[in-house]
Design a protein around this ligand. Structure first.
Ligand code: SAM
Length: 479
């Protein structure tokens, strides 16, 4: 049972409101992490200016873009299968052009054109502004590739088109790339080095969302706590910044405070936090502002010091516990979730037991757990043999998934009998008579619709729960 929160919407074609255009129809499908969904909104915005309308129908599309994920081999296989489907449609509609965007485009570059004959266009995550030129090339009958990674591209000047939005929650991208160099991870190679977006452009985007009636934003980055604006440029070059730049730099805690203060009625979330970069001032800011949601996604990957070191995670199990203790001390009601990898090279039964005992200590509210998948070019692939047999990886995965299920249920049970604030997002999947929303802790709650509507903050009395969902009834609008 492999699961990732971001994959709930995998492959959804995203649609924006049509306007007078060039008569061409674009279909854009997104796979992978929240960053990819957010990037697709940037791409749609760039192409809307070129007159493209979006469609959900492959048969109708003149241009099909697939925003791809490389994080595990399985993610890439999913994309390859999807390309086979495009190929079948292209046989009927030879005029249809196919472009591959995102991490898989960056990883495979021009090789994609040889391996997948139907692909006309390959564009890496930092090259989306070049799409209009690249599409022209393709229309003139040439294949086009741009996989140049950038030192300063943050798309800060592009106002994303909100695709398939509920009008309530939106992503706001604040950093791009990653400098962490976890040995298992392909992200630094596919998304480049870490850089932060100008806080002023972040604030403008948030202000615009607030004006449009959005109620919740999620500040996005591979490692948000590492956010650092000092006038532009790579994070790794901060050491060469001028004294003035250093003195006036904005870090993540400052950005968080700025957004929370400017919009006290808006819920603020962020993702993802890397334990080594999460500082006490971020936790203090969270504790201070009621509108910063009490939820931290804090991937740990393993509970074993030896494996953490081999993964280059730059913190120990003890340091992780200290961080958890600080979070619980300042915010006893804060939910915490994990990402975990089983079967990293050399992982022993003892290492696995360390992971289970770490989980017992934290009792995470949610978790996203994966069997290790060797990624070409990563340090682990180059230096370590993928030596844990597949059935052992799978068995360990089942054990941690089962333990997480138990802890999730323990956490949801704590809410039964209590009244919690829920922001209504959509109709419940299981019943058109119920709303579905989330608590500040990010736990899903469902309750009868009554007179309430999407976007309302409602106090909900929780009467029952499953391991993933709170079930209750509304007792009134919250303040
Ligand atoms: N930036 C975040 C971090 O550092 O924790 C998350 C990045 S990644 C998009 C999401 C998750 O995928 C990771 O936290 C990790 O658990 C998992 N993952 C990454 N590389 C993997 C690999 N080679 N095999 C299995 N899972 C992997």
């Amino acid at each position: 049972m492999e699961k990732i929160i971001d994959e709930k919407q995998q492959g959804n074609a995203l649609v924006m409101q049509p306007k007078a255009g060039n008569g061409k129809k674009l279909m854009i499908e997104s796979y992978g992490c929240q960053m990819n969904f957010s990037d697709s909104e940037i791409v749609a915005s760039i192409l809307a200016k070129e007159g493209f309308d979006t469609t959900q129908s492959l048969e109708e599309a003149d241009l099909v873009l697939i925003n791809t994920c490389s994080i595990r081999d399985k993610a890439e296989q999913t994309i390859r299968k999807r390309l086979e489907k495009y190929n079948a449609v292209k046989k009927i509609n030879p005029g249809m052009k196919v472009g591959v965007l995102g991490c898989m485009a960056e990883r495979l570059k021009a090789q994609f054109l040889e391996e997948e004959k139907i692909v006309d266009l390959v564009v890496g995550p930092d090259a989306y502004k070049d799409l209009p030129n690249l599409i022209n090339e393709v229309e003139e009958g040439r294949n086009a590739v741009n996989v140049i990674l950038s030192k300063d591209e943050t798309y800060g000047d592009i106002s994303p088109v909100r695709l398939q939005s509920n009008g309530v929650s939106a992503f706001v991208s604040i950093t791009r790339g990653c400098d962490n160099m976890c040995t298992f991870c392909v992200v630094p190679f596919t998304r480049g080095r870490e850089r932060s977006r100008d806080p002023q452009s972040i604030m403008e985007e948030v202000n615009d969302l607030a004006e449009k009636g959005f109620k919740e934003i999620t500040l996005l980055g591979q490692n948000v706590d590492s956010y650092l604006w000092y006038g532009g440029g790579l994070k790794k070059d901060f050491k060469n910044a001028s004294e003035m730049q250093k003195a006036t730099a904005t870090n993540f805690a400052a950005l968080l405070r700025m957004v929370a203060e400017a919009h006290p009625k808006m819920r603020i979330r962020f993702s993802t936090s890397n334990p080594q970069d999460m500082t006490l001032d971020v936790i203090e800011a969270m504790a201070k502002y009621p509108n910063i949601c009490k939820y931290i996604h804090l991937p740990v990957q393993s509970g074993s010091d030896r494996i953490l070191k081999a993964m280059n995670r730059l913190h120990t199990r003890e340091e992780y516990f200290e961080l958890i203790d600080n979070i619980r001390r300042l915010m006893p009601d804060c939910a915490i979730s994990q990402d975990m990898i089983t079967g990293f090279p050399t992982e022993t039964e003892e290492d696995h037991q360390d992971t289970l005992s770490l989980m017992e200590y934290v009792k995470y509210d949610f978790g996203f757990m994966f069997a290790y998948s060797e990624r070409p070019g990563t340090m682990a692939a180059r230096k370590l043999e993928d030596d844990v047999p597949e059935e052992v990886k799978k068995r360990r995965l089942t054990e941690i998934v089962n333990l997480q299920q138990k802890h999730s249920h323990y956490r949801t049970q704590q809410f039964v009998g209590k009244t919690v604030e829920v922001l209504i997002e959509k109709e419940s999947k299981k019943s058109d008579l119920h709303w579905s929303g989330r608590t500040t802790q990010n736990t899903v709650a469902v309750f009868p619709k009554e007179q309430y509507k999407v976007g309302d903050f409602v106090n909900v009395k929780i009467n029952d729960c499953t391991s993933a969902t709170l079930i209750g009834e509304a007792v009134g609008l919250s303040e």
